[in-house]
Design a protein around this ligand. Sequence first.
Ligand SMILES: Nc1nc2c(ncn2[C@@H]2O[C@H](COP(=O)(O)OP(=O)(O)OP(=O)(O)O)[C@@H](O)[C@H]2O)c(=O)[nH]1
Ligand SMILES: [Mg+2]
Length: 346
Amino acid sequence: MSFSLGIIGLPNVGKSTLFKALTQQEVDISNYPFCTIDPNVGIVRVPDQRLKILSEIIKPEKTTPTIIEFVDIAGLVKGAHKGEGLGNQFLAHIREVDAIIHVIRSFTDKDIKHVEDSININRDIEIINTELIMKDLETIEKHKKKLEKEIKANNKQAIKENEILQETEKQLNNYEFITLDEKQKQTIKHLNLLTIKPMIYLINSKGEDHELQALKTLPENTIPLDLKLELEYSELTLEEQQELKIKQRLDVLIKTSYKLLNLISFYTIKGGTETRAWTAQQNTLAPQAGGIVHTDFETKFIRAQVINYKELIDAKSWNEAKNKGLIKTQGKSYQVKDGDIIEFKI
Ligand SMILES: Nc1nc2c(ncn2[C@@H]2O[C@H](COP(=O)(O)OP(=O)(O)OP(=O)(O)O)[C@@H](O)[C@H]2O)c(=O)[nH]1
Ligand SMILES: [Mg+2]
């Protein structure tokens, strides 16, 4: 199971261009709105310097980087939650991803149609976010109806859920995304609300931005990137890139996504045969991290042997680390840390 990022935004803003640059998959990026209908799914290796160094120490037969899945979703328009454009179905695709990259067009090109006929970052963000919010409000409303009977029967879980949903509704009605603590989030997780997912804003711009002012008002999780240029770069070989002194910024996007989405990497070494990186969300407990590697590691979890990357590097070898007692036994409540090397015991 890999972590998945959904690429969303208005039609014709560069979503598939980003997807193609990231995954090198042949997808249709023709110049017309709603070019993408069925979502494109692709995987991307996460660049990881630590994995390289770990492999030099462990010398496994095989080294496998962690991957992130990207899903290129059809364009959304005003009224999508009521079925406008390609509508509801696509909001359903967003439900399935773990986090969202929201692409906003800032490049000017009179040949590329903008569904709202002009460039306006803040307006476009609002259109998309409003659709997500409206859809969530609808989901909550429906679910609250379902809870009514159970609340009458004094079902504690239903009462708790209802309270959280009321709070959530208040936030959404104020045009705020949902902010809840971890426990509350878990309670309503089954609803798969859209605005609870972490989101990154990607401004598709040339850098010579005529809307710098607008950019300043955006949240810190905003990345400006020239997607057309990134796609051209991604089609060059590594040698060509070096020759032309080109620095692709897609790696930055992946790394920044990691940070902004509170993702961490942990590693397994499988008795020296395969050193492999994995992606988890911060605060993931050891058994759930095990579940990312193999279902059995979660359901039959007994304990984990853990050492952090830095300690292993200092010890210089696995055996040395073991002799020094640096490999620690951890139980079910251990929160996995970025850079942990873990051996799951079942
Ligand atoms: N000038 C310019 N054109 C771009 C840029 N990014 C994308 N385009 C063009 O815009 C058009 C639409 O790009 P896509 O990536 O297909 O857009 P999309 O968001 O996937 O569109 P839909 O699938 O229809 O929702 C294509 O002709 C791209 O080449 C850019 O940064 N500058
Ligand atoms: Mg597309």
